[in-house]
Design a binder for this molecule. Structure first.
Ligand code: MN
Length: 726
């Protein structure tokens, strides 16, 4: 293994001086900057990564015309300024090789280890997302998706550094492209930087965005700021001196820095408050850095003593840190000549967090080579730290929830083929997604293409996937889907569909039956009046017309009887109704209907009867206590029917007779039945033992009374032991 010194001499990177010479930041500059906080062996690794990257990107140029490798070097520099660990620096140098060169992740893993390979792979995935999404419309979801995609927060930091350098070099692009990228930066990347507390980077991203999106406005504002500072230079100097002197008197060691507000926040304030630049008061600010929390509060007292504080402007982010861990005291003062001064007071370590936020937690201590802890546990530590701070502050944990949700969400984000982003809970499947897109899509989905690969409906989805649902008009939700869907929406719709499938079909059928009945009874042109319908609904205790139709379709109501009720034929009761052949109808209200009598119980007029509607057999009439009517498929569709008053014809019914084995018994019974003007349709000998034979007759009778008389006669026969209806 080459020693770092020999690397240095071999490649003879000339150290910090070269920066001034060429005006370009070279790998040698990076290496010498890294030596401030990394071990030489680590710097050597970084250099090796540079060679790898330079080779991979060889011949590629950026739009500006400069060799591509300068971009990754610049990104690594930003990471270096955040004092990131050497693996992040290596990943930054190689961040585009998977996406933009033929290099494979496996190759990186072999050359630089899994950690670096995973980091680069993570950045590539995010870069890939950029090209798929219509991010501007869905900034919030896209932001969450980015964060959800990364298992290692350093991936986000590299991506932010990448974006920052791209923004710095945006000048080479076309104006419309500059504007689009700037908007995306404002909506996606600056908020992420804010969430992670990396204020420096956020400010620069926003400044550059305004500069590129609105170059004219930016120039005007910048000049205006310069002017103000120029005009008030003396006042500012007075203020600064006054503060420093006062701190000396009270013997507090602190650094006083004046700061100018960034153009973006001025721009936003003007826009939000609809004021012009002159009305904008607080362009000037002071930052005081001290050594302890105690000093912070003492300095605050000193400042409020020196200049009068502006009411309502004091904020204590020391006791209650911001969501991203930012801590500071903020106050505003009336300076000399009424010039407002914004003052920030914090410790030096708070300043470090304020500048680099979460990145501050990767600050590398020289000689610390313990890289076994994963980024995940570090990020968790960061969160835990925030939690502790918050608990000390005794305020709500709401802010923590927002950070946690963003960093380790229980949600996944997937793309539709149009680039829309759908948010789903972790573990969601294709069917969940289909219902999230549209209920109809859910109801007719048959499969999906996930990343263009055919996948079954039960496939689990993962962050960033592109999912295309394949539907078929004939397809319907299947009960088995309920086994794997996890969203309430999908579950509800599937259940509802399964239930309403019957309902809907019943309604269609009911409509058809009702129309048929109307056609037959009053003619095709007849139109029902609303009051007719409401009258019937009331009688039947139904909610609406749809219910009535489904009742008919489900067979709970008979269409002809409904029509009769709708027509409210008051004389109907006494009029003998005739069937198609001109005979009186045995069952009331069944004109136009096929009526059949159940073979299980063979009802005859006079029997208490019920019926159900059966497709193909029409209205099927049973005796009231027939056990088949307790069968759920009939009992749900049970409807009461009544025999007509005047019935002609014969009805079949069954009787069972147990007779002693006597010669001629059957003949005598047959003669008796026949004498009673009944026909024997069928005879079965169902059982026989030594003494007794059981015989079943199917006979025709006019009605229940007729049957009762026949049975009485049969019972009177000497051979007959027992007789009963089947
Ligand atoms: Mn890049």
């Amino acid at each position: 293994m080459t020693s770092p010194d020999s690397v240095k001499s071999q490649l003879s990177y000339p150290g910090k001086s070269s920066k001034k010479g060429s005006g370009r930041y070279l790998i040698s500059d990076l290496c010498s900057d890294l030596e401030d906080y990394l071990k030489s062996t680590q710097v050597a690794e970084v250099y090796r990564a540079y060679l790898f990257g330079a080779h991979a990107h060889e011949g590629q140029k950026r739009i500006s015309g400069e060799p591509y490798i300068f971009h990754p070097i610049a990104v690594a520099r930003i990471m270096c300024e955040m004092r990131m660990d050497y693996k992040s620096i290596i990943a930054a140098l190689l961040h585009d090789v998977i996406e933009d060169t033929p290099t494979l992740k496996e190759q990186l893993a072999e050359d630089f280890g899994d950690e670096v390979a995973n980091l680069v792979d993570g950045v590539s995935k995010l870069t890939h997302l950029d090209s798929v999404s219509k991010a501007e419309q869905q900034a919030e979801n896209f932001r969450k998706m980015l964060l959800a995609m990364v298992k290692d927060i350093r991936v986000i930091l590299i991506k932010l550094a990448d974006r920052l350098h791209n923004m710095r070099t945006l000048g080479a692009m076309r104006a419309d492209k500059r504007r689009r990228i700037s908007k995306e930066t404002i909506e996606i990347y600056a908020p992420i930087a804010n969430r992670l507390g990396i204020y420096n980077l956020r400010h620069e991203l926003l400044d550059l965005s305004i500069k590129n999106a609105y170059p004219m406005r930016y120039r005007v504002l910048k000049n205006a700021c310069k002017e103000v500072v120029g005009h008030r230079k003396e006042i500012f100097l007075t203020i600064e001196t006054a503060i420093k002197d006062r701190l000396k008197v009270v013997e507090i060691k602190a650094k006083v820095k004046h700061r100018r507000k960034n153009i973006y926040s001025i721009y936003r304030k003007m826009k939000e408050k609809k004021i012009n630049f002159k009305e904008l008061s607080d362009v000037y600010g002071v930052r005081i850095l001290c050594n302890s929390v105690d000093d912070c509060y003492r300095i605050l007292g000193v400042m409020h003593n020196l200049y009068k504080p502006i009411p309502g402007k004091f904020k204590d982010y020391l006791a209650i840190p911001k969501a991203n861990g930012y801590q500071s005291l903020h106050t505003s003062l009336f300076g000399p000549h009424g010039v407002p001064i914004e003052v920030q007071i914090r410790t030096k370590s708070m300043e470090r967090v304020a500048k680099s936020g979460i990145a501050a937690h990767w600050l590398y201590k020289k000689g610390d080579d313990n890289s076994t802890e994963t980024a995940q546990t570090r990020a968790l530590e960061w969160l835990r730290g925030l939690l502790e701070m918050q608990q000390k502050a005794g305020s709500s944990l709401e802010f923590l929830e927002s950070v946690k949700v963003d960093l380790f969400p229980d949600e996944i984000y997937v793309f539709t083929p149009h680039g829309d982003i759908k948010k789903l809970p972790r573990g969601a499947t294709v069917v969940d997604f289909a219902y999230a897109v549209h209920t109809d899509i859910g109801n007719t989905c048959v499969a999906a293409r996930i990343e263009r690969r055919m996948s079954p409906l039960s496939s689990r989805l993962y962050n960033g996937q592109l999912v295309e649902i394949i539907t078929s008009e004939q397809s319907r939700p299947h009960p088995s889907w309920l086994n794997y869907v996890i969203t309430a929406k999908a579950r509800t719709h599937i259940r509802h569909f399964l239930k309403s499938l019957q309902q809907e079909e019943a309604e269609i059928l009911g409509q058809r039956l009702l129309q048929q009945a109307i056609n037959q009874q009053v003619g095709k042109e007849y139109i029902l009046e609303p009051n007719q319908v409401s009258h019937v609904l009331e009688n039947y205790r139904l909610n609406d017309y749809q219910d009535l139709l489904s009742e008919i379709g489900l067979g709970n109501r008979n269409a002809s009887m409904v029509v009769k009720a709708l027509l409210d034929d008051q004389d109907g009761e006494d009029v003998t109704q005739l069937d198609a052949s001109g005979k009186p109808l045995p069952i009331k209200g069944t004109e136009g209907l096929v009526v059949s009598y159940a073979k299980c119980c063979r009802p005859v007029p006079g029997d208490h009867i019920v019926s159900h509607f059966s497709q193909g057999r029409g209205l099927v009439v049973h005796r009231y206590n027939c056990k088949n009517m307790y069968d759920p498929q009939h009992s749900n569709r049970k409807q009461d029917v009544q025999w007509a008053e005047h019935i002609e014809g014969e009805f079949q019914t069954g009787i069972r007779v147990e007779v002693n084995n006597q010669r001629g018994a059957l003949a005598r019974m047959a003669a008796t039945i026949s004498d009673m003007s009944s026909n024997i349709e069928q005879v079965n000998q169902s059982e026989k033992n030594g003494l007794i034979t059981a015989i079943e007759f199917i006979i025709t009778v006019r009605d229940r009374i007729h049957l009762a008389r026949i049975m009485k006669k049969l019972r009177a026969l000497a051979a007959v032991n027992k007789i009963f209806r089947i």
